[in-house]
Write a protein that binds this ligand. Sequence first.
Ligand code: NDP
Length: 315
Amino acid sequence: MAARLLDGTAAALAIRAELAPRIADFTRRAGRQPGLGIVLVGDKADSQIYVTNKLKSAADEGIGATLSHLPADASLDQVLTLVRMLNADPATDGVLVQSPMPEALGSTAMQSIFDAIDPAKDVDGFTPVNVGRLVQNRADLVPCTPAGIIELLKRSAIDIAGKHAVVIGRSDIVGKPLATLLLHRHATVTVCHSRTVDLQEVAATADILIAAIGRPGMVRKSFVKPGATVIDVGINRVTDPAVARELLGDRSARYEGFVKRGSAVVGDVHREVADIAGALSPVPGGVGPLTIAMLMANTLRAAEMRLIDTIVDRR
Ligand code: NDP
């Protein structure tokens, strides 16, 4: 039996349609659009694509997004100065620094940057204050990809409470916050990583299996309990024709696209999983569009909270 496909594009469109009147209302009340300040350092092709998509979505949504682009050899001080300027700018409600940073800035650069972002403008939800609030189940700004996954489950009427959720991946941006959100929604959560023993057996006990690994097609049928819900978070660019044939199927339109372009984006979940899962969020068209929709939601939320604070301050 083929899995029900969880349509992230449709869910993202629905979320954005729900945001539209709130954005219009904010713009009327504040006399300006919600503002998102995006910082990009360097010229990494994938990061540029992500940033372009975020700017376009913001423009479509009536959010005023600006891009500050620093060269790849920018210093950490330059990045921090820019972040502080955005923190201080009254028309900027959200500050987002696109990761990863150029390696030359050192392995702790991203952490220093998150430490510098004003938690009230932290639309990625990565600052220590917002991570703490998330753990305490009182977050205002929740990391976008995990929040998008919860929205997808909710809007697809997939129960979380009482279910066994297995999250493969323990990063600060996906795995850990997602495990926390699932726990708050009363799932029994297992978090797996590269040192997990018997990963396949553990995964196969999941009612909800989430793959946030960054390894093309790693999750095979044998990882999946029949009927389980599988969420593929992975975004992996493949250029090897043999790998593309295996993961896309050599008769598919996507494989034809690979042949034309020389690369394709695939998830962490092998296509054979569709034969055994009950529901499956695919790549592309699953979690990706929701991540951007949740960024718009967080920007509006930050703007609304700041507007309320301004009104209270004026009293
Ligand atoms: P990270 O590289 O930060 O984390 C990967 C995690 O996978 C780590 O916890 C790692 O374990 C684990 N892992 C790696 N190899 C294995 C293995 N063989 N067996 C078990 N666990 C393994 O990646 P991110 O969390 O940032 O991203 C994960 C994927 O999601 C990537 O493909 C990324 O592009 C994608 N992504 C998609 C987004 C979207 O909008 N759709 C947004 C963000 C990310 P360990 O901790 O032990 O190293």
